[in-house]
Design a protein around this ligand. Structure first.
Ligand code: MEV
Length: 328
């Protein structure tokens, strides 16, 4: 049995705009997906997943998403889990040349699915790393990030940036612009995450921004304004200027709202954080529901979010310096 884990992440800046070549700065956080992989004698894939949203289920299938199992969880969650793991295993078969390899895969994650914290990227990175090592191959971090990106690209039908997968593979704060991905230094930030218990459909949200951008000039300008904010954010990170970072996060949230990817619960968590005195707050990830991230060194934002109807979970996030972790 081989086990790897990989962290989730928040976007400090640049989600959605990164899909159009603008820079983005995600930052890995200490919430992890752990994947155990054991080679099977046959070529089947058996997946068992337990996380906040997937209440614990077992899927047994022979590859592909045709033979969907008869189990009591929403179809889209089964498909998400099966699609990403199936895609990850395809990459493993390709890179190792073991096209018939079968596996028992167990996923445990404390990153809510589809909530903007990079759960799918973390599962894919950890699954590829564990399954390749189970076959005796250890990938470099860059190759791992590339294979994980290809998986997301396939599953999300060509709509994915390298940001989530690179950040999950390498850890820390990263700067992504097109295919250029680099680790950057960032100060220890007082990150508070609020989670509304929901999830957005990344593919649909990305497609929505794409159609808005092709129809309205304002949307194309909004996307490049998000890119301008990212560049200013990089300077603020270098200067460890938390107040300016907060201000820029507020601007970003407004622009993402204009692109139609916020929601009532995300807006209300953002406003609760601001009213509690946070330096700034924004949605993180694809939006539509899920998480916000706020900057607040005091306990005020956590308290405000804890009592806010519609906020299901609030926690302080530590930056994860380490990306993929090889456990066994
Ligand atoms: C989703 O976590 C972030 C998006 O920018 C899509 C992507 O970068 O692949 C919305």
């Amino acid at each position: 049995m081989t086990r790897s884990s990989a962290p989730g992440k928040i976007y400090l800046f640049g989600e959605h705009a990164v899909v159009y070549g603008e820079p983005a700065v995600p930052c890995a956080i200490e919430r992890r997906a752990r994947v155990d992989v054991e080679r099977r004698e046959d070529s089947k894939l058996r997946v068992r997943a337990e996380d906040l949203s997937l209440d614990g289920f077992t899927v047994e299938y022979g590859g592909g998403t045709d033979g969907r199992p008869d189990i009591d969880v929403p179809n889209e969650l089964v498909e998400a889990a099966m699609g990403y793991v199936d895609g990850a295993i395809e990459q493993v078969r390709e890179v190792t040349g073991e096209s018939e390899a079968g596996f028992d895969v167990t996923i445990e994650s404390d990153i809510p699915l589809g909530a903007g914290l990079g759960s799918s990227a973390a599962v894919v990175v950890a699954a590829i790393d564990a399954a390749t090592r189970e076959l005796g191959v250890t990938l470099s971090t860059d190759e791992l990030a590339e294979r994980a990106y290809q998986t997301e690209l396939d599953v999300q039908e060509g709509q994915a940036s390298r940001a989530d997968t690179f950040c999950s593979a390498t850890g820390g704060a990263v700067r992504v612009e097109g295919s250029d991905c680099q680790s950057i230094t960032a100060p220890d930030l007082p990150l508070v995450i609020g989670f509304d218990g929901g999830a957005g459909d990344t593919g649909a949200l990305v497609a929505g921004v794409r159609s808005l951008r092709s129809e309205y000039d304002f949307a194309a300008e909004t996307v490049s304004s998000i890119g301008d904010i990212v560049r200013r954010g990089e300077t603020a990170l270098e200067n460890a200027d938390v107040e300016e970072l907060g201000r820029l996060m507020n601007f970003t949230h407004g622009l993402l709202s204009a692109l139609g990817v916020s929601s009532r619960s995300l807006d209300s968590m953002v406003w609760a954080a601001r009213e509690a005195g946070a330096h700034g707050a924004k949605l993180t990830g694809a939006g539509g529901g899920g998480c916000i991230v706020a900057l607040d060194p005091t306990p005020e934002t956590e308290t405000a979010l804890r009592y806010l109807p519609g906020c299901e979970e609030v926690f302080r996030a530590e930056m994860a310096e380490e990306g993929v972790r090889r456990l066994e």
